[in-house]
Design a protein around this ligand. Structure first.
Ligand code: G4P
Length: 524
């Protein structure tokens, strides 16, 4: 196979959802259809059990399992599919956002009874930042569900994207019989089966056997609804989908294997192969000969006996080869990797080569930070790995004056891993930790003590959001910084950040300083 063909056959994507909508189940069913596993339940999921929410050590243990399932690759019908798993636990939302920077497309799972939920909205906003193509899978149709037309309206409105159903549910709840495939114009009836995939019968909507298979009233209903869909919704436009403007919608029940085949087949056909990546210097095309890639995730093993880390590298261009010298751009030094791992289904193995769209895991003893680039020759700095404003903030203080060096080093390294964000107040020089969930504060305290021998304590600080500033009027920005000195901080790369203590304060600032734009992300 040629280098170009290797790239064209790759599909690297993420599955995201509000917790409990069925992301884990769908991931597993895709692997099942893809033949990567043979029985459902074989994949240890990245999902953190609900019962463990207050016990972070338990969560970390479960996260340890997740290294193997962070990327699930499999071969299907000539395609190489790479599914990037994202943590379901909301406290790790930042991890999810970063993972989304390494995918070429996304499948959003929505619960058919609940519709669009809070986390779905947030994830969509992240997709929109890079115009990532999105497919929606409406799951759990085997339960009493909302009307599919209503759901489509809600998705369109709440996620602010044009929708086009490409499969259509036949009944719902106990009467759910399967889905009509609008993309292939046929019907597959499956018998519900949680474990394995059985081929169903294939019918066209005009087939007189339809009545026999699904009953007269359902057949009439289906024909009417299909007519309505074609009248009401725009036709599927591949260009619109690829531009992130139109979302194809599929219905089904992941648990029962309904609608998953329809989703997978259409996905393989329409989802993009690896797309160009944007570096500060220029656009980098996957077909370029020279290897380049970036680190989007670092996974630290908290087991004290195996304190290694794995840096996950997304390959942007060229062919990656084992034991070959590449430049670590930030450190300006050549490095070669003797045991890069690739991920196939639930297994992880050492690879000799990898292609754009692939993710490799590199064992790391502290050389990598999130956002670091590796490159064969050129100095490239990949963009698209923004920091997002944290939701919770606390001052972090040294609780053991003898260990201040260890504390500083520990904080530094944990921030490089992306556990949380550090801000330094310009007013009093105090360090402020910002996180998405309360759990990270505990994780940081524990890891500082056990890995660096440093003790910290937290002091409360009442903050609402961190805002990165963009000045349209430089003089006004200087004036703003002077007047709000008390609320100004530096982020990890030394950029100015305004720490607003309330939504009201931010609103007032926006009104008084119209020449400044306030962003909740570090890239805009
Ligand atoms: P998540 O990763 O998005 O958080 O969701 P996950 O797949 O774990 O699914 C959440 C719950 O919803 C699970 O039940 C799962 O079995 C169920 N589920 C997923 N898809 C469907 C579906 O199509 N129909 C129905 N009826 N249920 C579905 P649980 O009881 O929380 O966990 P488990 O004990 O079954 O694993």
């Amino acid at each position: 196979m040629t280098f170009k063909e290797e790239i064209k056959r790759r599909r690297t994507f993420g599955i995201v959802s509000h917790p409990d909508a069925g992301k884990t189940t769908l991931t597993e069913k895709l692997l099942l259809f893809g033949g990567a596993i043979h029985v459902a339940g074989a994949v240890k999921s990245n999902k953190i059990k609900k019962s463990a929410t207050s016990d972070f050590m338990e969560i970390e243990k479960q996260r340890g399992i997740s290294v193997a399932t962070s990327v699930m690759g499999f071969e299907y019908k000539g395609y190489k599919v790479n599914i990037l798993d994202t943590p379901g636990h909301q406290d790790f939302a930042e991890d999810t956002y970063r993972t989304l920077t390494a995918v070429d497309s996304v499948i959003i799972v929505i619960d058919a009874a609940k519709g669009v939920e809070a986390q779905t909205r947030k994830l969509m906003e992240v997709c929109r930042m890079r115009n990532t193509p999105v497919i929606v899978f409406v799951n759990k149709m085997d339960r009493p569900s909302r009307d599919p037309f209503d759901l489509l309206d809600e998705i369109e409105k709440e996620l602010n994207i044009e929708v086009r159903p490409l499969s259509w549910p036949i009944g719902n709840g106990p009467d759910f019989r399967g889905v009509y495939n609008l993309y292939e114009q046929n019907l597959y009836l499956f018998s519900p089966n949680k474990q394995v995939v059985e081929e169903g019968i294939s019918l066209e909507v005009s087939d007189p056997n339809l009545e026999k298979e699904i009953g007269e009233s359902m057949a009439i209903n289906l024909r009417e609804e299909l007519e309505l869909i074609n009248g009401v919704y725009p036709s599927f436009e591949e260009a619109g989908y690829l531009a992130g403007k139109q979302a194809p919608v599929f219905f089904g029940s992941a648990l029962n294997n309904f609608g998953v085949r329809e989703l997978l087949h259409c996905f393989l056909e329409i989802a993009p192969s690896p797309l160009p990546s944007t570096a500060e210097e220029r656009q980098v095309n996957p077909e370029e000969e020279k290897f380049s890639g970036f680190v989007f995730k670092i996974h630290a093993n908290m087991d004290p006996n195996h304190r290694n880390r794995i840096a996950f590298v997304k390959i942007c261009s060229g062919r990656f080869a084992r034991n070959t010298n590449y430049k670590h751009v930030r450190l300006g030094k050549q490095m070669k990797f003797s045991s890069p791992t690739a991920f196939m289904a639930e297994k992880k193995s050492i690879v000799d080569e990898a292609y754009p769209g692939d993710i490799i895991g590199i064992p790391d003893s502290g050389n990598f930070k999130i956002g670091d680039s590796l490159s064969e020759t050129e100095d490239l700095h990949f963009k698209g790995l923004p920091s997002f404003s944290p939701e919770l903030f606390r001052y972090i203080e040294n609780a053991d004056p003898m260990k201040s060096k260890q504390l500083a080093k520990g904080i530094d390294q944990l921030m490089d891993e992306g556990v949380a964000q550090l801000f330094v107040s310009q007013f009093n020089g105090r360090k402020i930790i910002g996180t998405v969930g309360a759990l990270q504060f505990e994780v940081i305290q524990y890891r500082l003590l056990h890995e660096y021998g440093a003790s910290c304590r937290y002091d409360p600080i009442n903050l609402y959001k961190a805002c990165w500033l963009e000045a349209e009027d430089e003089a006004q920005l200087a004036d703003f910084k002077r007047r709000k000195h008390q609320y100004m901080a530096h982020d990890k790369s030394g950029r100015d950040v305004f720490l607003a203590d309330s939504a009201y304060m931010l609103q007032m600032a926006k009104e008084s300083f119209k020449g400044i734009k306030f962003h909740f992300t570090s890239e805009f």
